[in-house]
Design a protein around this ligand. Structure first.
Ligand code: NAD
Length: 253
C-alpha cells in the first residue's frame, strides 16, 4: 500500500483513533492535514508530541488547521487550505466525533443537536467541501468513522443521540458511495467496536467488553488506523458503500 504524494485530511486527529489514522496514512507516505478543535493529544501513551510533529517525524508533511467540523466555514477552510498547500486532496477521513449518554427523554435538545452537528453535519460539511477536490483525481477516498453503534443499540448505557448519529453516518456513506462512484471516489464507513481511547472508559466497561468480544484483547486506535489506510489505498479501489465492522467479534456473539 503506497500513499506517496497523496494528501489526506483527517478530522479529530489530535488524539485517539483519528491520530492513529493520521499516523498510519503518513507511514504509507501521505501528507496529512489535521482538522481539530485542539492540537493537544490526551491519551497517556501518546506523549507530548502533536500529531503534526509525529507525522513529520515519520517523513511526510503535515499541517494543523483549527477546525470545528460542525461549522461549515471551518470545514471549507480546512479542506481548501489543504488543497492549496499540497496541490489537491485525495483522502478525507471524517473521524471527529462526540458522544453523550441518555435515552431520548434524558437527552436535552441542545445535547441532541450537539451530537448530530459534530457526528453528522461534520461529515456533510467536510465532504461537501472536499468533493470538488476529490473529483480532480481518479482515486478519491472518503472514509467515515461511524461505530458498531450505528448498527446496534448501546448495550451498557443509553446512547440515543450517539446511536442515531452513527446510524446516519453509515447510511450517508452508502448514499455518497452511489453519488460519487462515477467520479471514481469510493466512500466507506468503518464501524469500530470498543477501542481504548477517551470514549471508552475501561475502568467501567472492561469486564463487559471482554465478555462480549471474542478476541482476548481490546482494540487499540492503530487497529482502526490500519483499516483506514487499506481503504485509502489503490488496493481497495473496488470497495465502496461498505460498513466495515472492526470490533473483535462483538457483533457476531
Ligand atoms: P476521542 O474523544 O479520543 O477523539 C475525538 C477527537 O475529535 C478529539 O481529538 C477531539 O478534539 C475531536 N473533536 C471533537 N469535536 C470536534 C469538532 N467539533 N470538530 C473537530 N474535532 C472535534 O475519541 P475516539 O475514540 O478517538 O473517537 C474517534 C471516532 O471514532 C469518533 O467518531 C467516535 O465516535 C468513533 N468511535 C470510537 C469508538 C471507541 O471505542 N473509542 C468506537 C466506535 C466509534
Amino acid at each position: 500500500m503506497d500513499l506517496d504524494n497523496r494528501t489526506a485530511v483527517v478530522t479529530g486527529a489530535a488524539t485517539g483513533i483519528g491520530r492513529a489514522i493520521a499516523l498510519e496514512l503518513a507511514e504509507k507516505g501521505a501528507n496529512v492535514v489535521v482538522g481539530d478543535v485542539t492540537e493537544e493529544p490526551t491519551l497517556e501513551w501518546e506523549g507530548d508530541q502533536t500529531t503534526v510533529e509525529r507525522v513529520r517525524a515519520v517523513g511526510p508533511e503535515a499541517r494543523f488547521v483549527e477546525t470545528d467540523v460542525s461549522d461549515s466555514d471551518d470545514a471549507t477552510v480546512l479542506v481548501d487550505s489543504a488543497a492549496s498547500e499540497f496541490g489537491g486532496v485525495d483522502i478525507l477521513v471524517n473521524n471527529a466525533g462526540v458522544t453523550t449518554d441518555g435515552a431520548v427523554d434524558e437527552t436535552s435538545l441542545e445535547e441532541w443537536r450537539r451530537v448530530q452537528s459534530v457526528n453528522v453535519d461534520g461529515i456533510y460539511h467536510c465532504s461537501r467541501a472536499a468533493a470538488p477536490h476529490l473529483r480532480e483525481n481518479d482515486s478519491g477516498r472518503i472514509i467515515n468513522i461511524a461505530s458498531q453503534r450505528g448498527l446496534l443499540g448501546g448495550a451498557t448505557d443509553r446512547k440515543a443521540a450517539y446511536c442515531a448519529s452513527k446510524g446516519a453516518a453509515v447510511q450517508l456513506s452508502r448514499q455518497m458511495a452511489v453519488d460519487y462512484g462515477p467520479d471514481s471516489i469510493t466512500v466507506n464507513a468503518i464501524c469500530p467496536g470498543p477501542v481504548e481511547s477517551n470514549m471508552t472508559d475501561l475502568a467501567e466497561e472492561e469486564t463487559f467488553i471482554r465478555d462480549n468480544i471474542v478476541t482476548p484483547y481490546i482494540g487499540r486506535p492503530e487497529d482502526i488506523g490500519h483499516v483506514a489506510a487499506f481503504l485509502a489505498s489503490d488496493e481497495a479501489r473496488y470497495i465502496t458503500g461498505h460498513a466495515l465492522v472492526v470490533d473483535g467479534g462483538y457483533l457476531v456473539t
